[in-house]
Design a protein around this ligand. Sequence first.
Ligand SMILES: CC(=O)SCCNC(=O)CCNC(=O)[C@H](O)C(C)(C)COP(=O)(O)OP(=O)(O)OC[C@H]1O[C@@H](n2cnc3c(N)ncnc32)[C@H](O)[C@@H]1OP(=O)(O)O
Ligand SMILES: CC(=O)C(=O)O
Length: 518
Amino acid sequence: MKKINILDSTLRDGAQSEGISFSVSDKLHIIQALDDFGVSYIEAGNPGSNPKDIEFFNRAAEIKLNNAKLCAFGSTRRKNLAVEEDDNVLSLLKARTDVVVIFGKSWDLHIREILRTTEENNLELVYDTVNFFKKKDKELIFDAEHFFDGFKANRDCAVNVLKTADAAGADSLCLCDTNGGCTPDEILRITREIVGLFPGRQIGIHCHNDMGCAVANSMLAVDVGASQVQGTFIGIGERCGNADLSVIVPNLQLKQGYECINSSLSKLSEAVYAISEICNMPVPLNKPYVGLSAFAHKGGMHIDGVSKCARSFEHVEPESVGNKRRFLMSEVSGRTTVLAKLGRVAPELSKDSPETAAIVQRLKELEHEGYQFESADASFELMVLNVLGRFSPHFKLNMYKTSGEYPSPDGEMSAYAMLKIEVGDKTETAAAMGNGPVNALDLALRKALTVFYPEVSRVHLIDYKVRVLTAEKATAAKVRVLMESTNGEETWTTVGVSTDIIEASWLALVDSIEYILK
Ligand SMILES: CC(=O)SCCNC(=O)CCNC(=O)[C@H](O)C(C)(C)COP(=O)(O)OP(=O)(O)OC[C@H]1O[C@@H](n2cnc3c(N)ncnc32)[C@H](O)[C@@H]1OP(=O)(O)O
Ligand SMILES: CC(=O)C(=O)O
């Protein structure tokens, strides 16, 4: 099985993405997550750039990593400075890493317009810098910045840069699509040619995602001989980001038989969620392999298929990447979907039971009204009991009244609610103040019900979401309220829909209480 070395640059190129600023402690947690997952290299920062990275490398030097080698990253020497006088270069030594990554120019446009020097002088910068670190016994990865654009503009100039880095002792030559604008066929053709020119030398690939092709481009480079892949585990990086390693690694391992990491791929989801959390960037639902929806099935026929044979609608097993299969209920469900959710409430029903069809029909009617049961399991269960005629409400509303006052007369308590309920042949009236009408109503309802059902006092809301369903109707729009409640032991979600936000909230609130009393 061919080994592909993975270099994660979340802490270097990732730190160049908009909205990201890592603390030293964030960086230390990320190297731990990457090391646990088993990447070969962690490009951990730019010690010549800022004091935070210097402090980080000082602290990281004390940490023992089991799988990964830390790399310090910086440029070739400045054109007017000798290598041993260049502070950026010297800062890389001070980072005390075994591996140093040096980026150098390989596009004649950049040599001329950005460095404002000659091709010959650029080769000297590359040679001197690479050679300096090799003499210090560092493993050296040379990143040929803008290599593909450089190759297309002036092949000899670009190739000479690689030859110079190679002659100076670079252990790895990494080809960068820095602007992310190269097409898959260009990456394939040029990488193949370079692999042929440097037999035995490790060739790396570093792609940016400006055309949305970074994953495909990296995989094609591997196809033609690249054996180091650079990227970031959640795809962050300069502009549109880097090649997303959380997609590339399982693609290479599960589909093409390469070995990329030193642990089990089933730790992938855990690593991605740990990094996303630190970056404060939620994992998109539809992210391949690790997203919450990656193995969530919604279409009735899909769920029927997966229930009979998982492979029928899944390209890999969710467990292989640490994810889980989910079945979602909705208006596009069939009887199999509903049946899968009925196990707890009505295990005796089968796909052909008339009750199953009645439940599916009611589900579709309610979804048409704006209800959504995908995550509102508790309301779904109550709806099922209702259709089966097995539900009798624990209380009945006589009336409620809410009002708000601005400015607030009592600190944060700006709203009042009063209600009257019936339980059997008894009635109870209660009133409460809250920081809004829904809060006041919730408190009043629980006050009234606790008289009959003491366990209700332990129930409280932990999440409340409102979604406008008919936005074009402005303030007359229909809204859907999703409520998550807990009693400290269990959590459950309920849903209510109305054009009146208080009524929608009331419906979700009633389901929340009925669910725990049933
Ligand atoms: C393609 C990539 O992503 S490479 C990585 C890019 N990453 C970053 O830029 C993040 C870290 N960078 C920094 O913190 C700062 O840019 C520093 C500290 C490194 C340098 O800051 P400054 O000395 O103020 O220079 P500044 O950033 O304004 O300009 C870059 C200089 O580096 C030079 N330079 C750029 N690439 C290279 C290179 N490969 N080799 C040598 N010099 C280079 C430029 O020509 C320019 O020099 P000039 O001032 O003589 O015109
Ligand atoms: C080195 C690097 O980050 C690039 O060329 O994109």
